[in-house]
Design a protein around this ligand. Structure first.
Ligand SMILES: [Zn+2]
Length: 225
């Protein structure tokens, strides 16, 4: 299935923490782009033959603007992780529109063309009624996750050693659906490979968040929560 920003959804779909996916896994990376880590993640994804979605922070794009085009050239998707990495739960509808517009304009300025950020992940996964309203008005999709990594607390080990360690952590090694990682920590590179190896051992099929959104949309509005 093509993962193209040009293919329009007929209505927005929302993937929440409660959304359940069976037999698939999708990779997402938040908080970049980062000049040290993002290229290493892209290289590892190329080795693994997998596509991911990068939820970029608008104000961090200037640290590594090349990262956007590099990710797109490899067939990955970009999503919005807002311009400022803040808690936006108390924000008004107008403030949320302005924040998402700012991230969108920054991406477009760096790329030199309009790349619609149709996938949105608020910082910390914090949602509000106003955010849901704004996303519906913008026809954009909420994309949260089913399993999250706190890589800060994961040691920088080989892929084999990480696989051994993770087998004792079923909450991570047994996940299905969308995995949240961060392309700001060097240890994420090997952790990514280890988690993918464990997912493939369990016969999970790789997917992208775009494909998961399309599947929800195809199922009809009743399941678009
Ligand atoms: Zn974040």
């Amino acid at each position: 299935m093509p993962d193209s920003p040009a293919s329009d959804l007929t209505h927005p779909a929302h993937i929440s923490f409660r959304t359940r996916f069976t037999g698939v896994f999708a990779l997402t990376f938040d908080d970049g782009p980062n000049p040290r880590v993002t290229p290493a993640i892209l290289l590892r994804l190329r080795e693994l033959g997998l596509k991911a979605t990068f939820f970029v922070v608008g104000e961090r794009i200037t640290r590594f603007p090349e990262g956007l085009a590099m990710a797109l050239a490899d067939g990955h998707a970009l999503g919005s992780h807002f311009y400022h990495h803040l808690d936006w739960r108390g924000a008004t509808v107008a403030q949320l529109h302005a924040e998402l517009d700012l991230c969108q304009h920054t991406v477009d300025d760096v790329l030199g063309y309009h790349y619609p950020l149709r996938q949105v992940r608020p910082p910390y996964g914090h949602i509000s009624d106003n955010l849901i309203t704004v996303l519906r008005e913008r026809q954009e999709n909420l994309v949260l996750w089913q399993a999250g990594c706190d890589e800060k607390n994961v040691p920088d080990l080989s892929v084999d050693a990480l696989c051994g360690m993770l087998r004792d952590h079923p909450e991570l090694a047994g996940w299905e659906g969308i995995l949240l990682m961060h392309d700001i920590h060097p240890q994420t590179v090997n952790l990514l490979a280890a988690l993918v190896r464990l997912a493939l051992e369990r016969n999970l099929l790789p997917a992208t968040t775009r494909q998961l959104l399309d599947a929800i949309t195809a199922a009809g509005p009743a399941s678009a929560r």
